[in-house]
Design a protein around this ligand. Structure first.
Ligand code: G16
Length: 567
């Protein structure tokens, strides 16, 4: 395939018309922004997303032709505020866009700035040439296969309409070779599942795959629940849906769940997904993790009821955070680190020793993992703990490359478990029916709040573990995560898995000095700064064995950032 071939199947008039419409609005909408396909695709205020949308559509078009398979686009800004939105593409097997293609889509977005269509077209064809030189492929029969999904934001439907229109009109391929399936409002993990399913089963038309998604994970969940003799520590799980798509999907699931008369009650709060202005506001996984407190919508009576366990989903239901209160009302955060260690412990407890010895089982975290969790993994669980850059795609790759069973979680509650054929073959030699059913609860494609919910609940119930005892497994070092608005976050460059800055020059030395000056003999102070890939801020993470050090360190680091960026 070559740029000449792509050129021959483009409806140039349509492309030019669309480009000109963008160009006419450009000064108003996308004033001098340097676009980057970041941690989770493009993400920013929805009013500025016109060019990223166009670039995402073009790269998806190319990727679909290149793979000759379905490629998905999810329209969501997940944990971000309601006015934001974003796009990320989903590969045929449910993975994220390959790293090298991220730079192509970034180049396309930034090249739209040339005001003339002819310059843009030359630039785009150059990029296409670069792509197909790097990925040579000869194909005669190409087809465009796209799957769309979106969250509940008010801007999501207009974006989906644009994409439907764009793909239908962009090419001169025969109609039967252009398939655009719009799955409407779905969670991000559901869209990953749907794309994977279309690819695996060669399905070319739209089907009720959200039902299949639920069946795949929900049926083993119900079966495992029925094996629990009697609920010991909690009898109700209260799910904060962040007023997002999780509410819509779980509201469909709840009547099915109740038909099985389960002992464990599931209750939903923050379910107002119809009012987009409420999405993630004072609720949801990010709110609970960052503020380390209960979300809105929980009465004091419920909060103090020892029979309740709580959890919060995020805006597109790919992350989850658990929590509970102690008898003296202490807030116990059960975050991604706690989930990773719980799952690790469950594998260790349930797998026979010879099997465990024959496989590589380990945990992948990021720089945000609490130091106590990493120490617990290494010293108590005796497992390998690895660090990857922020973004589940990075953790996923690391887990696949290094482990037969890789448990990966970001502290913010985003993660899952992957296992390879070697593990599955080894497992099949033992007759561990219950464990096999347990692993079928796991969505290996991507971090998924709903399946993670099933996993954690089943582990707690099968181990008869009280959530408060889960919390006590290790004590988190006091920590804080704050945001800082800077003139240009792209000036912040990191190395060492984002634990250190190489730019702006001099800032890392200042941070080191601040951290050292308050360090106790245990040397547990830690602080790092990195540019967010999803919000226009830099993030400052700090932990220490002394709570009072956190404010001292972050105040000084904020001053240092101000000093350096205002130079
Ligand atoms: C996304 C990514 C996560 C990442 C988070 C914050 O989450 O999927 O892996 O941890 O953004 O990233 P950053 O610190 O770069 O802004 P979500 O749930 O918003 O899609």
């Amino acid at each position: 395939m070559s740029s000449a071939y792509i050129e021959s199947i483009l409806n140039k008039q349509y492309l030019q018309k669309t480009f000109n419409e963008l160009a006419s609005q450009r000064p108003r909408k996308s004033n001098a922004i340097n676009f980057t396909y970041g941690t989770s695709g493009f993400r920013m205020d929805s009013s500025k997303l016109d060019i990223p949308l166009f670039a995402t559509a073009l790269i998806t078009f190319l990727r679909s032709l290149y793979c000759n398979k379905f490629i998905g686009i999810m329209i969501t800004a997940s944990h971000n505020p309601p006015q934001d939105n974003g796009f990320k593409t989903i590969e045929p097997k449910g993975e994220m866009l390959p790293h090298s293609w991220e730079s192509y889509v970034t180049s396309i977005a930034n090249s739209v700035y040339e005001n003339e269509y002819s310059k843009f077209e030359t630039n785009m064809l150059d990029i296409i040439d670069t792509i197909f030189k790097a990925y040579p492929l000869e194909k005669k029969d190409t087809s465009l296969r796209i799957i769309l999904g979106r969250d509940t934001r008010s801007s999501s439907l207009p974006f989906a309409n644009f994409l439907n229109d764009f793909f239908t009109n962009l090419t001169t391929l025969k109609t039967e070779n252009v398939i655009v399936l719009d799955y409407g409002i779905v969670t991000t993990p559901q869209l990953h599942f749907i794309v994977r399913k279309h690819t695996a089963d060669n399905i070319f038309e739209q089907m009720d795959l959200t039902k299949e998604y639920f069946d795949a994970f929900f049926i083993p969940f119900i079966k495992l629940l029925s094996k629990v003799a009697k609920l010991q520590s909690f009898n109700t799980l209260l799910i904060d849906c962040a007023n997002g798509v999780g509410a819509l999907q779980l509201e469909k699931l709840l009547p099915l769940y109740e038909k099985h008369s389960p002992q464990l009650k599931l209750e939903l709060i923050n379910t107002n997904y119809q009012d987009c202005s409420k999405l993630n506001v004072e609720c949801g996984a990010d709110f609970v993790k960052t503020n380390q407190k209960l979300p809105g919508g929980i009465s004091e009576e419920v909060a103090n009821n020892p029979n309740f366990l709580f959890c919060s989903l995020d805006g597109d239901s790919d992350r989850i955070i658990f929590y509970c209160l102690t008898a003296d009302k202490k807030f116990c955060l059960l975050d991604g680190d706690k989930m990773a260690t719980l799952i690790g412990e469950f594998f260790i407890e349930k797998l026979p020793a010879p099997l465990l010895e024959s496989i590589k089982l380990g945990i992948v975290q990021t720089a945000y993992a609490n130091g106590s969790s990493t120490a617990y993994i290494k010293d108590v669980l005796k497992l390998d703990a690895r660090c990857a850059k922020t973004g589940v795609k990075n953790l996923h790759h690391d887990a696949v490359e290094n482990f037969d069973v890789g448990i990966y979680f970001e502290a913010n509650g985003h993660g899952t478990v992957i296992f390879n054929d070697k593990f599955m073959q080894a497992l099949s030699k033992y007759k561990l029916e219950e464990f096999e059913m347990f692993i079928s609860l796991i969505n290996q494609a991507v971090g998924d709040a709903i399946t993670d919910l099933f996993i954690v609940v089943i582990i707690l119930l099968l181990l008869e573990l009280d959530p408060r005892d889960w919390f006590k497994k290790y004590a988190d070092l006091p920590n804080t995560l704050i945001k800082c608005v800077v003139p240009d976050r792209s000036e912040f460059e990191t190395f060492d898995y984002e634990r250190q800055l190489s730019k702006p020059i001099g800032l890392q030395e200042m941070i080191d000095e601040i951290v050292n000056e308050t360090n106790n003999s245990d040397k547990k102070n830690r602080c790092f700064v990195r540019a967010s890939g999803t919000e226009d801020v830099v993030r400052i993470y700090c932990e220490s064995s002394k709570q009072e050090n956190l404010t001292i360190i972050t105040t000084k680091v904020l001053e240092a950032i101000k000093q350096i960026t205002n130079k």
